[in-house]
Structures are given as structure tokens and as C-alpha cells.
Design a protein around this ligand. Structure first.
Ligand SMILES: O=P(O)(O)OC[C@H]1O[C@](O)(COP(=O)(O)O)[C@@H](O)[C@@H]1O
Length: 363
């Protein structure tokens, strides 16, 4: 368990501040069609901020270098469906700010596991589309799953659904029926979030054929998973395959929210399976529970909106030079969810980062 009171509060507010600063940085790149540069700038900001904190923060999951901005995987319907963008040349593969699994950040202090996604939805930022967030999870050391897996199948829903009624090994029909029962709504009103990818074409068609609604998510399945556990987002259930690191973030957030998350690794090559099996003390071919992914009930999940979304508003750059941020902080320790709106007056955070490339540290 983390130390109580003052230390914890100070950690929380510093993580929040880092998340806000990262989202502000990322927001400067919204619509600039350069996800590599956006990610690079956000990584620099997050590294700077976490590096200045009084903690010993163990990076559990490293980041994928974005080396080919204009070339999302050929299994990426988002680009086709939202309009491809011409993106800037690839950034240096050896970005010095990239977070590497196993490195420790901070000036020393509490020993923590951290999972960071400076931009969850890099295409969304590049195209200035909804639902891009910056997100950080922290928990006591050696509690968050460290599995080098690129892709996992996921299921997520909110706390109103009894966990024993939903399962990644059940059919979509069974899971949707369980959610409908728990939420006291007809199946026709159940909203299922699914990443808009060709690999999900059959799933999408099947869910629609059952009579449920489908919310196509172009990118950002962490936000989509969490939305299922947050009132008034319109999301009830998330199904489908997405990124591995995003799965750990979503699982931590949902555990803190009291919701449900389950996953199953999808290995793309034998080498990947071997590496993951070596890192895990459970059967990597079976469904993975929340407790296997997040081995603590002492979790803090922080996210700040970059662009507007169903869970959070994005960063506002006001005409007077002030900057407004909107964040969510979920703490499992006291079962609270806080929504934090902050205004940084002109000349505090804003003037320092008014243009990409021309700013100094805000910390
Ligand atoms: O595009 P893929 O390969 O299906 O990956 C899905 C993953 O991409 C995302 O949509 C966005 O990830 P990035 O921010 O790294 O671009 C994730 O939310 C999701 O888990």
C-alpha cells in the first residue's frame, strides 16, 4: 500500500499536473497531421514532469515508437473511414524521450508502478477528432501487468453489471443480454463500443443483428472502455481487440471505477508468445482476469482530455492566454471519481508553450 495522507495527496496532484501539462502539449498539435511530432512532444513533457517528481516510478510498459505516421496498420479502418491525412516525415526512431519498460523515473521516494500513455489516440490528435486523452496509472510497485504483448481481445462494462454474468469466453449475445438485464434496458438500447477495424467487421455485423446498437470507435479504446463505467456517456459494453498497453490502462481504470474488464492475449508470432509467457505466471492462452492484470486495490487513474470527448472536454486555449483543462481522477482507495477543471492563467503554463518548439519546461 502507498503511504497515507500527505504523501499520497502530493503524488496525486503531481501526477494530475503532469497529465494536464502533457495534454496541453498534445493539444498544440491537434489537426496538424503529424502524430509522430505530437507524440514526441507529449513524451518529452511527460518524461520531464515524471522525472521531477518525488517518487521512484517504475515504467511497466514501454512505448511503441511511431515511425511511420502515414501508415497505420493495414487493418485500420479509421483512416479509410475518417479521411486519410498527409502526414509529416517520420521522426527519429530513437526518440530520447520514449519511455522504456523497466526504467525508473523520479527523484526518489515511494516505489511505484506507472503506465503512461501521453497520447491515447495519436491519429485523433493528428486529425483533430474527438476522444484523445493523456492517461497515467500508478499503483504500488510490482502490481501492474508487465507483458510485452501488442494486441489483446477485451471486454469491458460498468459496475452495475454483475461480473459473474459477463465473460470474454461467452458469445456477444450472452454478454449483451447480461448487460441489458443489469441495466434494465431492452437489447435494442444497449450501446456496444467497438474499434472500427476490418478485423471487427463480423463482430459489428453480429452485434447489430442481435438488435443492439454499435458505437464505432475510430481510435482510443481506453476511453471507450472507461466510458462504459461512467454515467451519461452512452456506452454500455466494449468488445473487440485493441492494443496491449491500452488494455492494462483500461483494466486499471475500470478496476478503480468498480467496473469489469477481461482480456485474452492475441499473439501475432511465436516469439511474442514466448516473451509474454516468460513474463507471466498464469496461462497466457486463457482469459486474463482483472486481478491478474492489476494485482492491487490501490490504484489511481488520471486522464486529461486533449480533444473533446464523451468522457472529458479537451484543452481550451482561451483568447486571454489562459488554458483550461478537464481531467478525471479515479482512486480505488476511497472509491472516488473526481472531475477536475483547471484554469492556468496566462503567463503561468500557457505562455511557456504557446507554440510547439518554442517553449521551456513548465515544471
Ligand atoms: O490500430 P490498431 O492496431 O487496431 O490498435 C488499436 C489501438 O490503437 C488505438 O486506437 C490508438 O493508439 P495510439 O494512440 O497509439 O495511436 C488504441 O486506443 C487501441 O488500443
Amino acid at each position: 500500500m502507498l503511504k497515507e495522507s500527505a504523501v499520497r495527496q502530493s503524488l496525486i496532484s503531481n501526477f494530475l499536473r503532469v497529465c494536464e501539462a502533457t495534454a496541453i502539449e498534445a493539444s498544440l498539435w491537434a489537426g496538424r497531421a503529424d502524430k509522430v511530432a505530437a507524440n514526441s512532444a507529449a513524451m518529452k513533457k511527460v518524461r520531464q514532469g515524471l522525472g521531477d517528481m518525488s517518487m521512484s516510478g517504475h515504467v511497466v510498459i514501454g512505448q511503441r515508437p511511431l515511425t511511420s505516421p502515414a501508415a497505420p496498420s493495414n487493418d485500420n479502418a479509421a483512416v479509410a473511414s475518417t479521411g486519410d491525412v498527409v502526414l509529416a516525415p517520420a521522426a527519429d526512431k530513437k526518440d530520447p524521450d520514449i519511455l522504456v519498460a523497466g526504467e525508473t523515473l523520479g527523484r526518489g521516494g515511494d516505489s511505484l508502478d506507472i503506465v503512461v500513455d501521453p497520447i491515447e489516440g495519436t491519429n485523433l490528435v493528428a486529425n483533430n477528432q474527438r476522444n484523445a486523452i493523456s492517461a497515467i496509472v500508478f499503483a504500488p510497485r510490482a502490481t501492474l501487468l508487465n507483458a510485452p504483448v501488442k494486441r489483446m481481445a477485451k471486454i469491458a462494462c460498468g459496475p452495475a453489471v454483475p461480473p459473474e454474468t459477463v465473460d470474454i469466453d461467452q458469445t456477444p449475445e450472452e454478454n449483451i443480454a447480461a448487460v441489458a438485464r443489469a441495466l434494465h434496458k431492452p437489447i435494442k438500447d444497449v450501446m456496444v463500443c467497438i474499434l472500427d477495424r476490418p478485423r471487427h467487421a463480423n463482430l459489428i455485423e453480429h452485434v447489430r443483428s442481435l438488435g443492439a446498437r454499435v458505437k464505432l470507435v475510430y481510435d482510443g479504446d481506453v476511453q471507450a472502455a472507461l466510458a462504459c463505467a461512467i454515467p451519461n456517456t452512452g456506452a454500455d459494453l466494449m468488445l473487440g481487440e485493441g492494443g496491449g498497453p491500452e488494455g492494462v490502462l483500461a483494466c486499471a481504470g475500470l478496476k478503480a471505477l468498480g467496473g469489469f474488464f477481461q482480456a485474452r492475449f492475441h499473439f501475432t508470432e511465436a516469439r511474442e508468445r514466448e516473451a509474454v509467457a516468460a513474463a507471466c505466471d498464469f496461462d497466457v492462452d486463457q482469459a486474463i482476469s482483472m486481478d491478474e492484470m492489476v494485482r492491487t486495490n490501490d490504484i489511481h487513474f488520471v486522464a486529461t482530455g486533449i480533444t473533446d470527448g464523451s468522457m472529458l472536454k479537451g484543452v481550451r486555449h482561451n483568447p486571454d492566454g489562459s488554458i483550461q483543462t478537464h481531467s478525471i481522477l479515479v482512486s480505488s482507495i476511497d472509491n472516488t471519481t473526481s472531475y477536475i477543471t483547471k484554469v492556468y492563467r496566462a503567463g503561468t503554463i500557457g505562455s511557456a508553450i504557446s507554440e510547439p518548439g518554442l517553449h521551456d519546461s513548465i515544471f
